[in-house]
Design a protein around this ligand. Structure first.
Ligand code: C2E
Ligand code: MG
Ligand code: MG
Length: 432
């Protein structure tokens, strides 16, 4: 069991002792061991030796500031969840969060001052789940097949066909029910369990793929791998072996690596990624736009695909900045000869726009939610049946934001889905 997850330990630094006491009272009643201090030096020291699971820190303290403390936590490779507290405006808090994340910290929440007890209780409750998730539990979950995969379809925008799926892992916990990956992948990453988990996922996905290939030999599969996986020099051989054992061609498998993890330890990673490519795997940068990779690295690393983060795609029709990012990434991918996938497509208008922009593939709740493997063949064939109503959008729409007034007028009109029927979600066809 990892030490850091054996108990819920909360470390708090705030120059207001009354607030420290308030947090201590709430957190102790929620089962945390708490150490609250107003001294940044004591905080930094305790963070190193006490292995807190959660750290709450005030962004603006006299004599030092939260950003300096974050830098220290990052250089100590602190594995705990970091919550920022401040009365500063949202943009400052968001920038500090991004900074912490870019330095490899687990930025897990923001608590606005004055602190509201209900919000504090809710934030702390998230980490009580982590208490039950011990690495020993996860190890036995992998060994006893408590993990299972769901699959989410991907649409090829050029041919309007569902040509791939992404395998997404879940944990059926005996007492806690179904646990989503966001809650246990970080635990696996803190330990070496991530390698076992990735092996389990690739073995299960390859076996499933072999079964689907009997009827649909062109189907592609995407599997997520973590940054820690690609530090492991044995990864290419292991994954190759799993595919070979299942009778699956590595060329049908895309490995998705999140961008924040993707760009660390560049040399070792370059070795592993290059060998994965030589074995035939395709490589995708997942959640692109949320990390801080440089364009030079993007060009030099042997990626074959860029996957635009869902936070941009979901807002691209309403937010000028998000729309600009999506347009630029699609353009960048095209210029670098990479395939571009948009995830988080939640409505028809967004899909339509992505097609016009020349995005290669789309994935999102509008097309299908992650589902059990046995539902995938019906999803694909029902979708193909519905293609009869599909019309390829002409690349005539200007950027919605190039002429803001015209765009506002356009938005007042019915959405394109009602003007010219294109895709409908499968749920509308009674499939999901
Ligand atoms: P991801 O690889 O970026 O996967 C996409 C996530 O977005 C999935 O969440 C999916 O359910 C969700 N999603 C897809 N379409 C939409 C949409 O239209 N709207 C919204 N709001 N969400 C959408 P999920 O399954 O909870 O997975 C979360 C993350 O956990 C994944 O993000 C991936 O980073 C990680 N993960 C999942 N399975 C594995 C695995 O086998 N290994 C590793 N290392 N990580 C995994
Ligand atoms: Mg992914
Ligand atoms: Mg993603």
């Amino acid at each position: 069991m990892t030490q850091s997850l054996m108990s819920n330990r909360l470390l708090v630094v705030d120059d207001d002792p009354a607030l420290g006491r308030l947090i201590k009272t709430f957190a102790e009643s929620a089962g945390f061991e708490v150490f609250a201090t107003k001294s940044p030096v004591a905080f930094a020291e305790k963070a190193r030796v006490w292995c807190p699971t959660v750290l709450m820190l005030d962004l603006g303290m006299p004599g030092t500031d939260g950003i300096q403390l974050l830098r220290g936590l990052a250089s100590d490779r602190c594995p705990g969840h970091v919550i920022l507290m401040s009365g500063a405006d949202d943009k400052v808090m968001e920038a500090a969060t991004q900074l912490g994340r870019a330095r490899g910290l687990k930025m897990s929440g923001i608590l606005q001052k004055p602190v509201q007890p209900a919000k504090l209780r809710k934030l702390l409750a998230q980490f009580q789940v982590a208490k039950a998730l011990l690495s020993a539990d996860l190890a036995s979950a992998i060994a006893t097949d408590q993990l299972f995969l769901e699959y989410q379809l991907k649409l090829d925008c050029h041919v309007a066909r569902m040509t791939g799926v992404e395998a997404l892992v879940r944990w059926r916990h005996p007492t806690l029910g179904i646990i989503p990956p966001d809650q246990f992948i970080p635990l696996a990453q803190e330990t070496d369990l991530i390698h076992k988990l990735t092996d389990w996922v690739v073995v299960a996905a390859a076996k499933q793929m072999a079964a689907w290939h009997l009827h649909n030999p062109a189907l592609q599969m995407a599997v997520n791998v973590s940054a820690k996986d690609v530090q492991d020099l044995h990864l290419p051989d292991r994954l190759h072996k799993h595919c070979r054992n299942a009778g699956v061609d590595c060329a049908a498998v895309t490995l998705e690596l999140t961008e924040t993890g993707a760009m660390r330890e560049a040399l070792q990673m370059m070795d592993v990624l290059t060998r994965l490519r030589l074995k035939g795997f395709k490589l995708s940068i997942d959640d692109f736009g949320t990390g801080f990779s440089s364009l030079v690295q993007l060009q030099n690393m042997p990626f074959s695909e860029v996957k635009i983060d869902r936070s941009f795609v979901m807002q691209m029709m309403d937010n000028e900045g998000c729309n600009a990012i999506v347009e630029i990434v699609i353009d960048l991918a095209r210029k670098l000869g990479l395939r571009c996938v948009a995830e988080g497509v939640e409505d028809e208008t967004t899909l339509h726009r992505l097609m016009i922009l020349g995005c290669d593939a789309a994935q999102g709740y509008h097309l299908s939610r992650p589902v059990a493997s046995d539902r995938i063949p019906a999803f694909i064939s029902d979708y193909q049946l519905m293609r009869g109503v599909y019309k390829t959008p002409k690349p005539s729409l200007p950027s919605p934001f190039t002429n803001a007034r015209a765009w506002r007028r356009r938005k007042a009109l019915p959405r394109p889905s009602t003007e010219s029927p294109t895709f409908a979600p499968l749920s509308a066809a009674g499939v999901s």
